[in-house]
Design a protein around this ligand. Structure first.
Ligand SMILES: NC(=O)c1ccc[n+]([C@@H]2O[C@H](COP(=O)([O-])OP(=O)(O)OC[C@H]3O[C@@H](n4cnc5c(N)ncnc54)[C@H](OP(=O)(O)O)[C@@H]3O)[C@@H](O)[C@H]2O)c1
Length: 270
């Protein structure tokens, strides 16, 4: 017996919606069903992508069920779909993106020993540039994991990792976009203070972050070496570097990631 839909999304908020757009590039629209606490949210994506909407129980009829609700909402939502899932005779796989929540916790919240793929994406999925960590155990078949990796690859880079690394990775890649946007804002504030118009300042700051990241990834050079390449002796860049060091920029970044990691662990326990 085949599942009624290939993908069911429960929760089409920021992250669920971003992943949905990527997945819909590979999975035919008529094989996707969407559900959200606020039905108009699911309907918005359904209109855009030409797929169906339904209840959480309808979405729980899919082969791959993407859980896109906040970690705090997960327990109640899983309780709600338990009767549907426990009555299923066919195979299904849950895909959870909930920060800090382990595969075992999902199974125990649900009360079923079912296959779970845990992913940790980030909002750049919206433009196909996410980092997506993915973990699963032997309850998930190899072909299922490979298929999910393939459809997620439209959303960005997919990296399979042992589950215990997900929370640490999430603190840098899941939360990281917020830190990077703060840098774009701050760098452009500086440029505005020096007289550059705001729109140019924002564009230059963002393109500089993007270009520097691509150069790092493509050159294979250490970031310290690339930084040294920009700093000419007695030049202007090294003066900026000095100020960043004096103000503790590295320490602030390290502490931001650790703080995010600790909060992720706390959310997972809740
Ligand atoms: N945002 C990120 O950058 C990011 C990154 C990595 C992972 N994540 C993970 O992604 C998940 C979703 O986060 P988000 O930022 O996308 O949150 P969000 O924007 O609030 O989206 C969650 C959606 O789920 C809906 N919902 C809540 N309870 C529901 C229920 N019982 N049944 C159906 N739908 C329900 C919410 O509707 P209401 O508005 O009515 O509550 C909302 O539309 C979380 O587990 C989070 O840890 C997020």
């Amino acid at each position: 017996m085949e599942a009624k839909y290939e993908f069911g999304f429960i929760g089409t908020g920021h992250m669920g919606g971003a992943l949905l757009r990527g997945i819909a590039q590979t999975v035919p629209a008529d094989e996707i069903i969407l559900s959200d606490g606020i039905p108009s949210k699911a309907q918005f994506f359904a209109d855009e992508l030409d797929c169906e909407t339904g209840t959480n129980d309808d979405a729980a009829q899919a082969k791959y069920i993407v859980l896109g609700v906040k970690p705090q909402m997960l327990r109640d939502m899983l309780k709600g779909i338990y009767p549907t899932l426990s009555a299923r005779q066919d195979r299904y796989v849950l895909i959870s993106m909930a920060a800090g929540v382990s595969m075992d916790t999902i199974r125990s919240m649900l009360g079923l020993d079912c296959p779970v793929i845990r992913i940790m994406p980030n909002t750049a999925a919206e433009v196909g540039q996410a980092v997506i960590m993915l973990a699963h155990d032997s309850r998930v078949q190899t072909d299922e994991a490979e298929y999910v990796k393939k459809v997620l690859s439209r959303c960005g880079m997919v990296d399979e990792v042992p589950e215990h690394l997900i929370d640490a990775g999430s603190a840098v890649s899941g939360c990281g976009p917020a830190f990077v946007y703060m840098m774009i804002e701050a760098l452009s504030d500086g440029a505005v203070a020096c007289g550059l118009p705001r729109d140019k300042a924002m564009t230059y700051a963002a393109q500089t972050l993007k270009g520097a990241a691509i150069l790092y990834m493509e050159s294979g050079k250490h970031p310290g070496t690339l930084k040294d390449d920009v700093c000419s002796p007695a030049g202007s860049t090294i003066q900026g570097v000095r100020v960043l060091e004096e103000r503790g920029m590295r320490g602030a970044c390290i502490d931001a990631v650790i703080a995010a990691y600790e909060k992720t662990k706390e959310l997972g326990k809740g």
